[in-house]
Design a binder for this molecule. Structure first.
Ligand SMILES: Nc1ncnc2c1ncn2[C@@H]1O[C@H](COP(=O)(O)OP(=O)(O)OP(=O)(O)O)[C@@H](O)[C@H]1O
Length: 224
């Protein structure tokens, strides 16, 4: 019997570079992601973490190389629409509607997805149960972040692109975030996290993006 071939990666970044504003931001990135895997992206301000996520989200195109999903270029016709439906994007812009309640803010996204039924459980899990019927404008920054995470859970797509997901969360919120990431991965989900803050994700690949330019000396450098 011929030896079994390992399955192809679900997502492959093959020698990918990306330009923004006519300058190279990312250069020759190679990343291979199977179901259940995670990457933690770190790097200085401006090193390209959000650009990396934008590229995976299809908002920016690689200037060289290719991003493959199930072996197909995500930008090629027919593939892109299918690929986009796999993504859950979470960024610092929270897209929360102030006049809607917490529950409506999650259900609204469920309706857009043509799904229904997970909102309340997701809100409870994120510790916002007693605020379910409050207007979103009443929420603190950390509660807004929890609401974004509840939306992520309710929408339930396989590939999570998380830009600074733990900003504003308290210690319990960070533990919850780590928990839902672990549970998502157990179901075969794939997670990309860009962060400046420590986060515990078991067996995550760590990708530290280099400084884009030789940095000017700052006061901190001069003091040390
Ligand atoms: N809208 C934009 N148009 C053109 N260039 C941009 C834009 N946003 C960012 N850039 C450029 O891309 C570079 C990388 O930015 P990016 O936001 O990806 O960095 P980052 O690592 O996420 O930074 P931070 O840690 O500050 O969030 C920036 O230095 C900037 O020059």
């Amino acid at each position: 019997m011929p030896p079994l071939r390992p399955p192809p990666p679900r997502i492959l970044l093959n020698n990918v570079s990306c330009m923004r504003n006519a300058q190279i931001v990312l250069r020759n990135i190679n990343v291979s992601m199977h179901d259940g895997s995670a990457v933690v992206l770190t790097g200085a301000n401006g090193s390209g973490k959000s650009t990396f996520l934008r590229m995976l989200g299809g908002f920016s195109r690689p200037s060289a190389g290719e991003i493959l999903w199930n072996g197909h270029d995500i930008q090629s016709g027919g593939v892109f629409q299918q690929y986009k439906l796999q993504l859950n994007w979470m960024s610092l812009k929270d897209a929360i509607k102030e006049k809607l309640t917490v529950l409506e803010n999650v259900q609204w996204f469920e309706v857009l997805e043509g799904k229904i039924g997970k909102s309340e459980g997701a809100i409870e899990l994120m510790g916002l149960g007693r605020l379910m019927n409050e207007k979103a404008r009443m929420l603190s920054m950390g509660q807004r972040k929890r609401l974004q995470l509840a939306r992520l859970l309710a929408i339930d797509r396989p590939i999570w692109l998380l830009d600074e997901p733990s900003v504003a969360l308290d210690a319990e919120g960070v533990r919850l975030l780590e928990h839902i990431i672990a549970e998502h991965r157990k179901k075969g989900g794939i997670v990309f996290v860009a962060t400046h803050l420590p986060i515990e994700i078991e067996d995550a690949m760590s990708l530290r993006l280099p400084h884009r330019f030789p940095r000017r000396k700052t006061l901190v450098d001069l003091v040390h």
